[in-house]
Design a protein around this ligand. Structure first.
Ligand code: PAF
Length: 291
């Protein structure tokens, strides 16, 4: 099995290392030459509950041909610039809304697999990752792409995988959770679990999830379980984790706020739904980014 993983961030390194260790021929794609050379030389190290896993996948600036599938784990704002060889299935597990639509415009919907992962990890340095919590990875074909091979490969690498017929639903669920946890942890500069301890912030987290769920409903996505409970459970399960948005703010990188709260705002506007808290949170994180 040959797989390309695009994006050498925390999740990209975790997925690349685990697949490489399970016997998959992994090529990690990094568009930054110097960092790619460093990754090629030193490999990837994942610290996980006292264990240390090392792997030496190939590293390349471009996706090679002959892959069985391509896993996209770049930041949402980088999706548009990606380029893919023909015919290979492309699996996105990225945060936020809009990645799938962008990939469909690049490769055609029949090649797109889409979903989310609840694996939580923190990037400590280039190629050095702390895996803070295991979680479910769920995905399915956006239209007609068969998810079986990608599912088998990720399971063989030790990931808990569930295939779904409704990837759009899964992406909305994760986005509603991210729209609450990620900006609030970034603004408060706290790990995920702390949000549950601060009464006012916990209430704001709930309100943000409810606003997002209303916009999802306007797009036809209804949930038979409480997304507020999912968000709170995620905080508890990943209590030690520094959210990806807080990691970005601390490293002075752009965040994914536009793909998360910004997309919710945009879609709320189309549906004439008020989302006042999401608007303020979006404005505050943009302010933090531009400080
Ligand atoms: O983006 C992230 O950091 C994670 O997906 C999660 C679990 C929402 C927060 O750490």
């Amino acid at each position: 099995m040959k797989v390309a993983v695009i994006g050498p961030g925390a999740l990209g390194c975790l997925f690349a290392a685990r697949m490489a260790r399970s016997g998959t021929k992994v090529t990690l794609i990094d568009h930054r030459k110097e960092r790619a050379e460093r990754l090629e030389q030193q490999g990837i190290t994942v610290e996980s509950a006292g264990e240390v896993l090392t792997a030496h996948p190939s590293v390349s600036l471009h996706v090679p041909t002959g892959m069985d599938f391509i896993l996209v784990l770049t930041k949402a704002y980088a999706t548009e610039a990606l380029r893919f060889p023909p015919e290979v299935p492309v699996l996105t597990l990225q945060n936020g809304l809009g990645n799938v639509e962008t990939l469909c415009s690049l490769v055609g919907s029949a090649r797109v697999l889409a979903g989310t992962t609840s694996e939580a990890c923190t990037q400590l340095d280039v190629g050095l990752v702390r895996h803070t919590a295991a979680g479910l990875t769920r995905f399915g074909g956006w239209t007609s792409c068969d998810p079986t091979v990608a599912g088998q490969c990720l399971r063989a690498a030790g990931f808990e995988v569930a295939l779904t017929d409704s990837p759009g639903q899964i992406i909305w669920e994760k986005t509603a959770v991210c729209a609450a946890i990620n900006p609030l942890t970034a603004l408060m500069d706290v790990p995920n679990g702390k949000l549950l301890e601060l009464v006012e912030v916990r209430q704001l987290m709930r309100d943000l999830v409810v606003e997002a769920a209303k916009v999802a409903a306007a797009e036809g996505y209804r949930f038979d379980h409480s997304l507020v409970e999912v968000a709170e459970q995620t905080c508890a399960d990943t209590s030690e984790n520094i959210s990806s948005m807080l990691q970005d703010i601390r490293a002075s990188r752009p965040t994914e706020i536009d793909a998360i709260s910004g997309e919710i705002l945009h879609r709320a506007q189309l549906a004439s739904l008020p989302t006042p808290r999401t608007r303020v949170i979006h404005q505050l994180v943009k302010g933090l980014e531009n400080r």
